[in-house]
Design a protein around this ligand. Structure first.
Ligand code: RRO
Length: 306
């Protein structure tokens, strides 16, 4: 008789039935869409990044499909925390494990937002210190290890929820930033947000995005993300959540072998639909059983042996 492999993992005090999570930014603005994703098999769902005040975001076009992935510059459109807590309350009632993605323009703003998010009943917080194309609230903060430390420390002292820190690959040394977040008490690192990128329409001569520069996601960034997860997980003791171009179960296994405890899936939902969560989870399970492993946890960081 073959024993079923154990797919459950823990990220700090957040326990997940399987290692797949919806990445922030996809279907993340309403309780009803997030619930659909959870019903489709994601063990937890991340919201669109939420700030203190509402933001309309950039004008269209905000998203474009290019040869090797998706290019976006949404510009952080969100209804603001006071409106969004209503969605979180619904998700709590429905029993959906929810990771609230948060951004802020200052330490104080982060603190104000996370207090409201905790009161509403989210299960974890992901600090978005990594949006590649919104001045002052995005990766500018996440590129400075001192500021990262300050934000994480302030948020950790404010809430009891597990706090994850989502990092940008647009730095020369991502390990230094991950170490700063870990030292400040972050419960996990999410690596990576999108890669700063651009495309130009040769017929019109204009950039394809209204904001000109945006963030690249999808298959093109997977090797960058795998490298970041590998480097970070070798140098910090907290769990790493892998994100970036995961389309198949093989991609997810690759991230886990690189050192990820769980994986976030975003662009693949747009390319492949919601069944991607069950496909990836059952692919991981069959892989573990075929290789004689009893749990996901047994293969986290296994590539570090070499
Ligand atoms: O809203 C966006 O334009 C956006 C965000 Br907040 C982010 O973190 N990453 C991204 O690629 N786009």
């Amino acid at each position: 008789m073959v024993l079923r492999a154990d797919l459950s993992v823990n990220i700090g005090s957040l326990s997940l039935d399987n290692p797949t999570i919806l990445a922030a930014g996809i279907l993340g603005l309403s309780a009803s869409s997030l619930k659909r994703v959870a019903e489709a098999g994601a063990a937890a769902v991340s919201t669109k990044s939420i700030g203190l005040e509402p933001r309309t975001g950039y004008s269209n076009p905000t998203i474009a499909e290019i040869d090797c992935g998706l290019l976006n510059a949404m510009g952080l459109p969100n209804p603001g925390v006071d409106e969004f807590v209503k969605e979180i309350r619904i998700l709590k009632k429905e029993g959906v494990k929810t990771i609230a993605s948060i951004y802020g323009g200052s330490v104080n703003e982060f603190v104000k937002v996370v207090r409201k998010i905790e009161d509403a009943g989210a299960n974890a917080i992901e600090l978005n210190l990594s949006c590649p194309h919104v001045e002052t609230v995005g990766m500018q903060m996440g590129q400075d290890p001192k500021l990262v430390k300050e934000i994480v420390k302030a948020v950790k002292s404010e809430v009891h929820l597990p706090v994850f820190t989502k990092l940008t690959p647009n730095v020369s040394n991502i390990v230094e930033i991950a170490e700063a977040a870990a030292k400040a008490g972050s419960d996990a690192i999410t690596a990576i947000n999108t890669v700063r990128a651009m495309a130009i329409d040769v017929e019109t001569g204009y950039p394809v995005l209204a904001n000109a520069i945006g963030g690249l996601s999808g298959p093109a960034i997977k090797p960058i993300a795998v490298r970041c997860v590998y480097e970070i997980s070798r140098s910090v003791k907290i769990p790493v959540i892998g994100c970036g171009g995961i389309m198949t179960w093989e991609d997810a296994v690759e991230f886990i072998l690189a050192g990820a405890t769980a994986v976030e899936i975003g662009t693949a939902v747009a390319y492949r639909g919601l069944h991607v969560f069950k496909d990836i989870t059952s692919g991981i399970e069959m892989y573990l059983e075929r290789k004689g492993f009893r749990s996901v946890r047994e293969i986290v960081g296994l590539s570090h042996r070499y």
